[in-house]
Design a protein around this ligand. Structure first.
Ligand code: UD1
Length: 311
Protein backbone atom coordinates (compact mmCIF):
# COMPACT_ATOMS: atom_id res chain seq x y z
CA UNK A 1 0.00 0.00 0.00
CA UNK A 2 1.69 3.27 -1.06
CA UNK A 3 2.44 5.54 1.88
CA UNK A 4 1.99 9.33 1.76
CA UNK A 5 3.01 11.78 4.48
CA UNK A 6 0.79 14.87 4.58
CA UNK A 7 1.84 18.01 6.47
CA UNK A 8 -0.96 20.35 7.51
CA UNK A 9 -3.17 17.28 7.47
CA UNK A 10 -5.77 18.70 9.87
CA UNK A 11 -6.26 21.85 7.83
CA UNK A 12 -8.94 22.67 5.30
CA UNK A 13 -7.23 21.30 2.17
CA UNK A 14 -5.13 18.81 4.14
CA UNK A 15 -8.02 16.95 5.70
CA UNK A 16 -9.84 16.56 2.38
CA UNK A 17 -6.61 15.34 0.81
CA UNK A 18 -6.18 12.77 3.59
CA UNK A 19 -9.78 11.59 3.10
CA UNK A 20 -9.23 11.09 -0.64
CA UNK A 21 -5.86 9.36 -0.16
CA UNK A 22 -7.45 6.89 2.25
CA UNK A 23 -10.41 6.34 -0.07
CA UNK A 24 -7.94 5.50 -2.86
CA UNK A 25 -6.31 2.87 -0.66
CA UNK A 26 -3.17 4.72 0.43
CA UNK A 27 -1.56 4.64 3.85
CA UNK A 28 -1.29 8.13 5.38
CA UNK A 29 0.88 9.72 8.01
CA UNK A 30 -1.06 12.86 8.93
CA UNK A 31 1.15 15.55 10.49
CA UNK A 32 -0.17 18.75 12.05
CA UNK A 33 0.81 21.09 14.88
CA UNK A 34 -2.84 22.18 15.35
CA UNK A 35 -1.92 25.87 15.18
CA UNK A 36 -4.76 26.44 12.72
CA UNK A 37 -5.64 22.84 11.84
CA UNK A 38 -8.53 21.22 13.71
CA UNK A 39 -8.70 17.68 15.04
CA UNK A 40 -12.36 17.46 14.10
CA UNK A 41 -11.40 17.75 10.42
CA UNK A 42 -9.71 14.36 10.70
CA UNK A 43 -12.53 12.71 12.64
CA UNK A 44 -13.50 10.46 9.74
CA UNK A 45 -9.93 9.76 8.61
CA UNK A 46 -8.81 8.63 12.06
CA UNK A 47 -11.32 5.80 12.01
CA UNK A 48 -9.18 4.23 9.34
CA UNK A 49 -6.39 1.88 10.45
CA UNK A 50 -4.43 3.19 7.44
CA UNK A 51 -4.17 6.68 8.97
CA UNK A 52 -1.66 7.61 11.65
CA UNK A 53 -1.76 11.06 13.28
CA UNK A 54 1.46 12.75 14.42
CA UNK A 55 1.37 16.07 16.28
CA UNK A 56 4.53 17.90 15.25
CA UNK A 57 5.87 21.25 14.03
CA UNK A 58 7.48 20.58 10.65
CA UNK A 59 9.44 23.86 10.76
CA UNK A 60 11.53 22.50 13.67
CA UNK A 61 14.90 21.14 12.59
CA UNK A 62 15.07 17.38 12.11
CA UNK A 63 11.47 16.63 13.08
CA UNK A 64 10.24 15.82 9.59
CA UNK A 65 13.49 14.10 8.60
CA UNK A 66 13.04 11.70 11.54
CA UNK A 67 9.44 10.96 10.58
CA UNK A 68 10.45 10.29 7.00
CA UNK A 69 13.34 8.07 8.00
CA UNK A 70 11.03 6.04 10.23
CA UNK A 71 8.01 5.83 7.93
CA UNK A 72 9.67 5.77 4.48
CA UNK A 73 6.77 7.41 2.60
CA UNK A 74 6.82 7.35 -1.19
CA UNK A 75 5.56 10.93 -1.27
CA UNK A 76 5.28 14.02 0.93
CA UNK A 77 2.35 16.38 0.43
CA UNK A 78 3.37 19.67 2.04
CA UNK A 79 0.29 21.68 2.95
CA UNK A 80 1.35 22.99 6.39
CA UNK A 81 1.56 26.78 6.23
CA UNK A 82 0.72 30.13 7.68
CA UNK A 83 -2.34 30.55 5.49
CA UNK A 84 -3.44 34.11 6.11
CA UNK A 85 -2.12 36.89 3.87
CA UNK A 86 -2.93 39.59 6.47
CA UNK A 87 -1.16 37.57 9.18
CA UNK A 88 1.94 37.32 6.97
CA UNK A 89 1.92 41.12 6.71
CA UNK A 90 1.55 41.51 10.50
CA UNK A 91 4.21 38.91 11.31
CA UNK A 92 6.67 38.42 8.43
CA UNK A 93 9.15 36.52 10.60
CA UNK A 94 6.54 33.94 11.50
CA UNK A 95 5.60 33.77 7.82
CA UNK A 96 9.26 33.10 7.01
CA UNK A 97 9.49 30.28 9.54
CA UNK A 98 6.20 28.57 8.72
CA UNK A 99 6.22 29.15 4.95
CA UNK A 100 9.91 29.09 3.98
CA UNK A 101 11.91 27.34 6.71
CA UNK A 102 9.32 24.56 6.88
CA UNK A 103 9.65 24.06 3.12
CA UNK A 104 13.42 23.71 3.48
CA UNK A 105 12.77 21.03 6.13
CA UNK A 106 10.58 19.22 3.61
CA UNK A 107 13.25 19.45 0.90
CA UNK A 108 15.89 18.17 3.30
CA UNK A 109 13.67 15.35 4.60
CA UNK A 110 12.95 14.28 1.02
CA UNK A 111 16.65 14.33 0.11
CA UNK A 112 17.86 12.54 3.23
CA UNK A 113 15.00 10.04 3.25
CA UNK A 114 15.07 9.20 -0.45
CA UNK A 115 11.45 10.28 -0.99
CA UNK A 116 10.46 10.07 -4.63
CA UNK A 117 7.96 12.89 -4.80
CA UNK A 118 6.97 16.12 -3.06
CA UNK A 119 3.74 18.02 -3.72
CA UNK A 120 3.73 21.62 -2.56
CA UNK A 121 0.75 23.88 -1.87
CA UNK A 122 1.65 27.08 -3.66
CA UNK A 123 -0.78 29.87 -4.39
CA UNK A 124 -2.11 32.28 -6.99
CA UNK A 125 -0.60 34.89 -4.62
CA UNK A 126 2.75 34.35 -6.40
CA UNK A 127 1.36 36.38 -9.33
CA UNK A 128 0.46 39.49 -7.29
CA UNK A 129 -2.06 41.84 -8.83
CA UNK A 130 -0.66 42.40 -12.31
CA UNK A 131 -1.00 39.00 -13.98
CA UNK A 132 -2.77 38.80 -17.34
CA UNK A 133 -6.12 36.99 -17.41
CA UNK A 134 -6.17 34.11 -17.35
CA UNK A 135 -2.85 33.82 -15.51
CA UNK A 136 -0.61 31.17 -17.04
CA UNK A 137 2.28 29.69 -15.09
CA UNK A 138 4.75 31.78 -17.07
CA UNK A 139 3.04 35.10 -16.23
CA UNK A 140 5.27 37.55 -14.37
CA UNK A 141 5.57 36.76 -10.69
CA UNK A 142 5.20 39.87 -8.54
CA UNK A 143 4.00 38.89 -5.06
CA UNK A 144 2.57 41.75 -3.02
CA UNK A 145 2.72 40.10 0.41
CA UNK A 146 5.23 38.16 2.50
CA UNK A 147 2.88 35.22 2.03
CA UNK A 148 3.06 35.31 -1.78
CA UNK A 149 6.81 35.86 -1.66
CA UNK A 150 7.28 32.87 0.65
CA UNK A 151 5.24 30.64 -1.65
CA UNK A 152 7.34 31.69 -4.64
CA UNK A 153 10.59 31.18 -2.73
CA UNK A 154 9.40 27.76 -1.59
CA UNK A 155 8.66 26.67 -5.15
CA UNK A 156 12.22 27.58 -6.13
CA UNK A 157 13.72 25.83 -3.08
CA UNK A 158 11.91 22.61 -3.81
CA UNK A 159 12.49 22.60 -7.56
CA UNK A 160 16.21 23.26 -7.04
CA UNK A 161 16.51 20.40 -4.57
CA UNK A 162 14.52 18.11 -6.86
CA UNK A 163 16.87 18.80 -9.76
CA UNK A 164 19.99 18.37 -7.64
CA UNK A 165 18.95 15.22 -5.78
CA UNK A 166 16.74 13.48 -8.32
CA UNK A 167 13.28 13.52 -6.81
CA UNK A 168 10.08 14.92 -8.35
CA UNK A 169 8.38 18.10 -7.16
CA UNK A 170 4.92 19.23 -8.17
CA UNK A 171 4.12 22.84 -7.21
CA UNK A 172 0.39 23.51 -7.22
CA UNK A 173 -0.79 27.10 -7.38
CA UNK A 174 -4.21 26.93 -5.78
CA UNK A 175 -6.65 29.70 -6.65
CA UNK A 176 -9.63 30.66 -4.43
CA UNK A 177 -10.45 27.35 -2.75
CA UNK A 178 -13.80 26.94 -0.98
CA UNK A 179 -15.82 24.17 0.62
CA UNK A 180 -16.64 22.35 3.85
CA UNK A 181 -14.21 22.81 6.79
CA UNK A 182 -12.90 26.18 5.63
CA UNK A 183 -12.54 28.33 8.73
CA UNK A 184 -14.69 31.48 8.66
CA UNK A 185 -12.99 32.67 11.85
CA UNK A 186 -11.52 35.97 10.70
CA UNK A 187 -12.87 38.87 8.63
CA UNK A 188 -10.11 37.95 6.15
CA UNK A 189 -11.23 34.35 5.76
CA UNK A 190 -12.26 33.24 2.27
CA UNK A 191 -15.36 35.13 1.21
CA UNK A 192 -17.45 32.01 0.57
CA UNK A 193 -16.77 30.62 4.06
CA UNK A 194 -17.85 33.97 5.55
CA UNK A 195 -20.96 34.19 3.37
CA UNK A 196 -21.94 30.56 4.08
CA UNK A 197 -21.83 31.15 7.82
CA UNK A 198 -23.81 34.38 7.66
CA UNK A 199 -26.52 32.85 5.47
CA UNK A 200 -26.74 29.82 7.76
CA UNK A 201 -27.19 32.18 10.72
CA UNK A 202 -29.78 34.26 8.87
CA UNK A 203 -27.53 37.33 9.13
CA UNK A 204 -26.63 39.82 6.39
CA UNK A 205 -23.30 39.43 4.61
CA UNK A 206 -21.04 42.38 3.90
CA UNK A 207 -20.30 43.05 0.24
CA UNK A 208 -17.20 45.14 -0.36
CA UNK A 209 -17.56 47.14 -3.56
CA UNK A 210 -20.11 46.57 -6.30
CA UNK A 211 -19.90 42.76 -6.45
CA UNK A 212 -18.50 42.86 -9.97
CA UNK A 213 -15.12 41.58 -8.78
CA UNK A 214 -14.42 38.03 -9.93
CA UNK A 215 -12.41 35.12 -8.57
CA UNK A 216 -11.53 31.66 -9.85
CA UNK A 217 -13.38 29.77 -7.10
CA UNK A 218 -12.49 26.07 -6.99
CA UNK A 219 -14.06 23.41 -4.78
CA UNK A 220 -11.83 21.81 -2.17
CA UNK A 221 -12.93 18.40 -3.51
CA UNK A 222 -11.36 19.25 -6.86
CA UNK A 223 -8.27 20.65 -5.14
CA UNK A 224 -7.84 17.50 -3.06
CA UNK A 225 -8.25 15.35 -6.18
CA UNK A 226 -5.57 17.36 -7.99
CA UNK A 227 -3.32 17.01 -4.96
CA UNK A 228 -3.78 13.24 -4.71
CA UNK A 229 -3.10 12.93 -8.41
CA UNK A 230 0.11 14.97 -8.15
CA UNK A 231 1.24 12.77 -5.24
CA UNK A 232 0.38 9.37 -6.67
CA UNK A 233 0.03 9.38 -10.49
CA UNK A 234 2.88 7.36 -11.98
CA UNK A 235 5.56 8.91 -14.12
CA UNK A 236 5.13 12.63 -13.45
CA UNK A 237 8.00 15.05 -14.10
CA UNK A 238 8.75 18.01 -11.84
CA UNK A 239 6.81 21.15 -12.63
CA UNK A 240 4.33 23.81 -11.62
CA UNK A 241 0.64 24.05 -12.42
CA UNK A 242 -2.27 26.29 -11.55
CA UNK A 243 -5.07 24.45 -9.81
CA UNK A 244 -8.07 26.44 -10.90
CA UNK A 245 -11.21 26.22 -13.00
CA UNK A 246 -10.31 28.81 -15.63
CA UNK A 247 -13.63 30.50 -14.95
CA UNK A 248 -14.22 33.79 -13.16
CA UNK A 249 -17.28 34.03 -10.91
CA UNK A 250 -18.41 37.42 -9.67
CA UNK A 251 -19.50 38.01 -6.09
CA UNK A 252 -22.87 39.06 -7.49
CA UNK A 253 -23.22 35.57 -8.98
CA UNK A 254 -22.18 34.00 -5.67
CA UNK A 255 -24.76 36.10 -3.81
CA UNK A 256 -27.47 35.19 -6.31
CA UNK A 257 -26.85 31.48 -5.67
CA UNK A 258 -26.95 31.98 -1.89
CA UNK A 259 -30.18 34.00 -2.20
CA UNK A 260 -31.75 31.06 -4.09
CA UNK A 261 -30.52 28.62 -1.43
CA UNK A 262 -31.79 30.86 1.41
CA UNK A 263 -34.87 32.58 -0.06
CA UNK A 264 -35.77 34.50 3.11
CA UNK A 265 -32.26 35.82 3.78
CA UNK A 266 -31.58 39.54 4.19
CA UNK A 267 -29.77 41.27 1.31
CA UNK A 268 -26.07 42.18 1.61
CA UNK A 269 -24.81 45.17 3.60
CA UNK A 270 -22.87 47.31 1.17
CA UNK A 271 -19.42 48.60 2.11
CA UNK A 272 -16.68 50.40 0.18
CA UNK A 273 -14.20 48.22 -1.76
CA UNK A 274 -11.59 46.57 0.45
CA UNK A 275 -8.20 48.22 0.34
CA UNK A 276 -5.72 46.32 -1.83
CA UNK A 277 -8.44 44.20 -3.46
CA UNK A 278 -7.78 42.75 -6.89
CA UNK A 279 -10.66 43.33 -9.33
CA UNK A 280 -10.33 40.10 -11.31
CA UNK A 281 -8.36 36.91 -10.76
CA UNK A 282 -8.54 33.84 -12.98
CA UNK A 283 -6.07 31.11 -13.78
CA UNK A 284 -5.29 29.17 -16.91
CA UNK A 285 -5.97 25.49 -16.14
CA UNK A 286 -4.25 24.11 -19.28
CA UNK A 287 -0.96 23.04 -17.68
CA UNK A 288 -2.73 20.96 -15.02
CA UNK A 289 -4.80 19.30 -17.74
CA UNK A 290 -1.64 18.30 -19.61
CA UNK A 291 0.67 17.42 -16.71
CA UNK A 292 -1.85 15.88 -14.29
CA UNK A 293 -4.81 15.10 -16.54
CA UNK A 294 -6.75 17.23 -14.05
CA UNK A 295 -9.80 19.33 -14.80
CA UNK A 296 -11.99 20.90 -12.15
CA UNK A 297 -15.40 19.22 -12.12
CA UNK A 298 -17.51 20.84 -9.38
CA UNK A 299 -19.54 23.86 -10.57
CA UNK A 300 -19.51 26.75 -8.07
CA UNK A 301 -23.32 26.48 -7.69
CA UNK A 302 -22.99 22.83 -6.64
CA UNK A 303 -20.21 23.67 -4.17
CA UNK A 304 -22.37 26.38 -2.60
CA UNK A 305 -25.35 24.03 -2.41
CA UNK A 306 -23.14 21.49 -0.63
CA UNK A 307 -22.21 24.14 1.95
CA UNK A 308 -25.84 25.07 2.49
CA UNK A 309 -26.76 21.40 2.94
CA UNK A 310 -24.02 20.82 5.54
CA UNK A 311 -21.20 18.38 4.98
C1 UD1 B 1 -6.87 36.92 -1.03
C2 UD1 B 1 -6.66 36.72 0.48
C3 UD1 B 1 -6.53 38.05 1.18
C4 UD1 B 1 -5.44 38.88 0.54
C5 UD1 B 1 -5.68 39.01 -0.96
C6 UD1 B 1 -4.47 39.65 -1.61
C7 UD1 B 1 -7.71 34.74 1.32
C8 UD1 B 1 -8.92 34.15 1.93
N1 UD1 B 1 -7.79 36.05 1.06
O1 UD1 B 1 -8.05 37.65 -1.18
O2 UD1 B 1 -6.21 37.83 2.53
O3 UD1 B 1 -5.40 40.15 1.11
O4 UD1 B 1 -5.83 37.70 -1.57
O5 UD1 B 1 -4.70 39.85 -2.94
O6 UD1 B 1 -6.73 34.08 1.08
N2 UD1 B 1 -15.38 40.08 0.23
C9 UD1 B 1 -16.63 40.60 0.50
N3 UD1 B 1 -17.17 40.37 1.74
C10 UD1 B 1 -16.51 39.66 2.71
C11 UD1 B 1 -15.23 39.14 2.41
C12 UD1 B 1 -14.70 39.37 1.17
O7 UD1 B 1 -17.24 41.26 -0.33
O8 UD1 B 1 -17.07 39.48 3.80
C13 UD1 B 1 -14.81 40.31 -1.11
C14 UD1 B 1 -13.40 40.83 -1.07
O9 UD1 B 1 -13.39 42.23 -0.92
C15 UD1 B 1 -12.88 40.37 -2.43
C16 UD1 B 1 -13.63 39.05 -2.67
O10 UD1 B 1 -14.70 39.05 -1.77
O11 UD1 B 1 -13.21 41.29 -3.45
C17 UD1 B 1 -12.78 37.82 -2.41
O12 UD1 B 1 -12.18 37.94 -1.13
P1 UD1 B 1 -11.26 36.78 -0.49
O13 UD1 B 1 -12.07 35.56 -0.33
O14 UD1 B 1 -10.61 37.35 0.72
O15 UD1 B 1 -10.20 36.46 -1.63
P2 UD1 B 1 -9.11 37.41 -2.32
O16 UD1 B 1 -9.65 38.76 -2.60
O17 UD1 B 1 -8.60 36.63 -3.46
Amino acid sequence: MPHVLVTGAAGFIGSHTVDQLLAAGHRVTAVDNFRTGQRVNLARALHSPACELVEADVSAEGVLAELVKAGKPEAIVHLAALVSVPESIRDPELNFRLNVVATQRVAEAARAGGVGRVVFASSAAVYGDAAPLPAGEDAPKAPISPYGAAKLASEALLLGHAAAYGFTVRCQRYFNVFGPRQDPGSPYSGVISLFARRYREGAAVTLYGDGGQTRDFISVHDVARATVRAATAPGLASGTANICTGRGTSLREVLAVFQRLYPGAPGPRLAPPREGDIRHSRGDPAAAAVALNFRAAVPVEDGLAELAAGE
